[in-house]
Design a protein around this ligand. Structure first.
Ligand code: 6PG
Length: 242
């Protein structure tokens, strides 16, 4: 694993740096494998990044978009991560409809939806049960409780290591989420974290020793590249590691 930490002065610079890294990974992926696969994070931090991606002239037919987690709501619900990304980015560019791979949230049982998305990923990546295919980039945010994707502290989702997708739980509300082993199979993981409210969680995630079930972002230790892109408000106590 190559872990890199960059602290950028403010959110605009953070967004610009994340865009730069994504475009570089995209160029490499398309050159080497003919396509680029990315999983999006939800929440508010990545919205400017998605808006910046929508202004780029890119080979949209070679780009495939997935989600690393989703709230268990319809795709037109204001909390939907899919809705946010479509409005900020995907509805504004000429990406083929079939290149957008939303997480299903229309099953009565979220576990059925999780299994459905797992099968979809296995079909797309031609992988078998037990294999963990590698996306080119997985974007991640981090909550002020050190959760990432929908892997919340002390939840059952943190114990799932034999699946790609599982059901997360936030305060009793179901979520669909990548498991941490699937996240760790990515070629490049990019945390984009901003805001002073994230400082205490970052201190625990970067501490030499802390409980992974209390601070789930500590579970993200990929074989591939790990980038922590932080604004100064969140990460000024941490030193750059490049
Ligand atoms: C979600 C996200 C989640 C998010 C963090 C940070 O569905 O909410 O995937 O993991 O990245 O909660 O959210 P903010 O960017 O809004 O702080």
């Amino acid at each position: 694993m190559s872990k890199k930490v960059e602290v950028l002065p403010e959110k605009e610079a953070l967004t610009a740096r994340a865009l730069e890294l994504i475009l570089s990974d995209m160029e490499t992926a398309i050159r080497e494998r003919g396509q680029f696969t990315i999983a999006l994070s939800g929440g508010s931090t990545p919205k400017p990044l998605y808006e910046a991606l929508s202004t780029q002239k890119l080979p949209w037919d070679k780009i495939h978009v997935f989600w690393g987690d989703e709230r268990y709501v319809p795709p037109d619900h204001p909390d939907s991560n899919e809705l946010m990304a479509r409005r900020a980015w995907l509805d504004r560019v000429n990406i083929p409809r079939d290149n957008i791979h939303p997480i299903p949230t229309d099953e009565a049982d979220p576990a059925v939806a999780a299994a459905k998305y797992e099968r979809h990923l296995q079909e797309f990546f031609h992988s078998s049960p037990g294999e963990f295919p590698s996306l080119d980039v997985i974007l991640l945010g981090m909550g002020d409780d050190a959760h990432t994707a929908s892997l919340f502290p002390h939840t059952e989702a943190l114990k799932v290591t034999d699946k790609l997708i599982t059901v997360g739980n936030k305060d009793g509300n179901p979520r669909i989420t990548f498991t941490y082993p699937f996240i760790n199979s990515a070629r490049c993981i990019m945390f984009v974290v901003a805001g002073a409210n994230k400082r205490p969680a970052l201190a625990q995630v970067f501490a030499p020793v802390a409980d992974e079930f209390t601070y789930p972002s500590r579970l993200i230790q990929p074989q591939g590249e790990l980038w922590w892109l932080l604004d100064a408000a969140a990460g000024s106590d941490l030193k750059n590691e490049v």
